[in-house]
Design a protein around this ligand. Structure first.
Ligand SMILES: Cc1ncc(COP(=O)(O)O)c(C=O)c1O
Length: 430
């Protein structure tokens, strides 16, 4: 008999799902601590096996709940922050600024000043304005230049960032990258190397691997033409995870190919830069789920004939905008609210409670005997769900619970209605 295929995604047992929904309410983000820690350990070990001079930075935009940042740092990750807010979150949980890298394609002067004042480890420079600002501020912080390597990844265009005409970084192709390097060096700035991030959820890692190689070739050229010594090559994040039935390339294989490509391009140059990767999704997405409660089920006649079953849950666009933004697909599981056995499945449409079509999933297989009150569990929501959540329709953002060996604990409580209204100011006479 064939071995059942290993499923890399964490999900709660039915008993745990009941316990979580009962104790903390729904919608609820849930992260499994052991799963997340093991992910980080596996990534760091695969990267170091492929190249001992490797470093992993957790892209905190994927999930910046404080407990998550603390775990990532305690497991040996640096923290990549893309704004002052993300930096403040890392600092608030005791991650030193010396363990943070700052990104952002339009950092304000205030953000840069703040990052420098707390002693950020590294700034990833995106544009000529930033070079000017850093020079004016006489920054001595190590910098890397974000480059656009001109590769087109195969992924949704909204998360594709490495192509030639991207808004991110300096193009190698049109000479901006070389100009940015020279301008920075002439301004007395401490450039240590180069960065790229070509896109996210990359099932075919070809673009990432060739982008890493392209950065290394550029580093070799900058040494031979300007004597510049590259100390850091950061190949970004982007490794894919399993949402439905995807099978991303094995981590060790990916890290080997990336490291080999970079080292090959540097052969004979005498350069031995640190090889940095900054994954977000692939460290935490599969460690998390979102639990919803089904509120209503409607059977509606379809114009093309037949009946459509709409299963409507108590969340949606505001707690997970990815289906609307990227047409993202997920796997869903169900647990009966009253612990009864669920029967045969057929196709259904899952929608949220917001004031648009708010489709979460079209045509997923769900038990025919689902009822209001049953739980719907969406897998692989550890990344880019809570960090992208909004208050649309004035729904408070859900809590995040961390499942620990000692039991589940709240690590971010749900927003209250009062908190949502606290920022409002009513001028006199309105
Ligand atoms: C600069 C940068 N680095 C790293 C990441 C993390 O990407 P992922 O979560 O796909 O690994 C992103 C995601 O947008 C990014 O913009």
């Amino acid at each position: 008999m064939a071995e059942p295929e290993f499923d890399p995604r964490w999900r709660p047992t039915a008993d745990l799902a009941h316990e979580l929904a009962g104790q903390f309410g729904t919608p609820l983000y849930v992260i499994d601590e052991n799963h997340f820690r093991n992910r980080i350990r596996d990534y760091i070990s695969a990267a170091r096996q492929a190249d001992p001079n490797s470093e992993i930075t957790f892209a905190s935009k994927a999930n910046s709940v404080l407990a998550v940042l603390k775990i990532a740092h305690s497991e040996g990750c640096l923290i990549d922050v893309a704004s002052e807010g993300e930096l403040r979150a890392a600092l608030a949980v005791g991650v030193p600024a010396s363990a943070c890298h700052m990104h952002g394609n339009n950092k304000s002067r205030e953000e840069i000043e703040f990052a420098l004042s707390v002693g950020i480890n590294q700034i990833v420079v995106d544009n000529f304005e930033e070079i000017k600002t850093l020079a004016e501020l006489k920054a001595t912080t190590p910098l890397v230049l974000r480059l656009a390597p001109g590769v087109l990844p195969i992924t949704n265009e909204k998360i594709s960032t490495g192509q030639q005409d991207t808004k991110f970084g300096f193009s190698i192709h049109d000479g901006s990258a070389e100009k940015a390097l020279l301008q920075s060096l002439n301004s007395g700035l401490q450039v240590e190397g180069f960065h790229c991030h070509v896109g996210s959820q990359l099932l075919d890692p070809e673009a990432q691997i060739s982008a890493g190689q392209r950065l290394a070739q550029f580093a070799a050229e900058m040494k031979s033409t300007h004597g510049f010594i590259t100390k850091v090559i950061n190949a970004g994040g982007g490794r894919a995870v399993r949402y439905t039935n995807e099978s991303p390339i094995a981590l060790s294989n990916y890290c080997q190919q990336l490291a080999q490509g970079v080292r090959r391009a540097l052969e004979g140059t005498g350069l031995n830069p640190k090889l940095v990767q900054e994954p977000g999704r692939s460290l935490i997405a599969e460690s998390g789920v979102t639990i919803y409660t089904i509120g209503s089920i409607k059977f509606v006649e379809s114009p093309s004939g037949g009946t459509k079953r709409h299963v409507i849950v108590n969340g949606g666009l505001a707690d997970n905008p990815r289906p609307a933004m990227y047409d993202a697909k997920y796997a869903v599981e169900t647990v009966a609210g009253d612990a009864r056995e669920l029967g045969e499945s057929s196709s259904a449409t899952v929608s949220g409670r917001h004031c648009e079509s708010d489709l979460l999933f079209d045509q997923v297989m769900l038990p025919n005997d689902l009822q209001p009150g049953d739980l719907l569990i969406v897998l692989t929501t550890g990344a880019y769900s809570s960090s992208m959540a909004s208050n649309y329709n004035r729904y408070p953002r859900p809590a995040t619970v961390l499942v620990r060996d000692s039991g589940p604990v709240i690590v971010q409580r749900a927003e209250s209605y009062d908190e949502m209204l606290a920022r409002e100011v009513l001028p006199e006479g309105i």
